[in-house]
Design a protein around this ligand. Structure first.
Ligand code: ZN
Length: 230
């Protein structure tokens, strides 16, 4: 997946009390505000402000966090390659010597991308798994205030992998130093494990996107599973 436009890079998510209705309300407000602003996208909007939201073949975003969006060039290339369907367009038009087209705002992949693959072991995915929460004190931090902690310290033979690395804030990391969890009574809140891609996808859904065109809202805001009656 192309990284594309991602307004949140480097800042990390804002800290939310996830799960509360106040949190939900905040997200909804924020999305509505963005939708109001982005409705302004018109014929003269700079091209780089016209990214396309990319949906998997099941019409759910390919990724929530970072949100799967492609810059307009990638989006147009995909249309010409025939790998996507156009779901929605901006008013913004681009011209070639012989033709013109409206830029796409939402694209859906023709082929479903499976989430059975293993996620890559990256700094981003690790923080996403731990939801930017220090696994010792439980507080949520920006990426820049988080570090990696080897649960079993490297000096004691601990490996650098999904099962032995957790997100930790700097004070907790310092406090733990190179001691074993049992020596300092600091045990990770959740036992570290290798997540599945769909698990990471679920983690990502908890963080609201930082950019929203109103043509995207049906696929983000309303993408909540409904409870079926028994
Ligand atoms: Zn901490």
């Amino acid at each position: 997946m192309a990284n594309g436009y991602n307004g949140t890079t480097g800042n990390g998510p804002t800290v939310y009390d996830s799960g509360s209705s106040a949190h939900q309300h905040l997200i909804e407000e924020r999305m509505r505000e963005r939708a109001r602003r982005m409705r302004e996208v018109g014929r003269n909007t700079p091209l780089e402000q016209c990214p396309a939201l990319i949906l998997n073949a099941d019409y759910r975003p390919l990724s929530y966090y970072p949100l799967s969006i492609w810059p307009w060039q990638e989006a147009v290339k995909a249309i010409f390659r025939g790998t996507v369907h156009v779901i929605s367009e901006y008013e913004r038009v681009i011209h070639s010597p012989t033709a013109q087209m409206k830029l796409p705002s939402v694209l859906v992949l023709k082929d479903y991308i499976s989430y059975n693959r293993k996620p890559v072991f990256t700094r981003f995915n690790l923080f996403l798994r731990d939801k930017w929460c220090c696994q010792y004190c439980g507080d949520q931090f920006k990426s820049s205030d988080l570090t990696f902690d080897h649960v079993i310290p490297r000096a004691r033979g601990g490996r650098t992998n999904w099962e032995n690395i957790v997100a930790a804030c700097q004070p907790c990391n310092l406090k733990k130093g190179s001691k074993l969890p049992s020596q300092c009574h600091m045990h990770p809140i959740r036992k570290p494990h290798e997540p599945t891609l769909s698990e990471l996808q679920e983690c990502g859904r908890q963080f609201p996107p930082s950019f929203l065109h109103d043509s995207w809202s049906d696929f983000l805001y309303w993408d909540t599973e409904l409870d079926l009656d028994e």
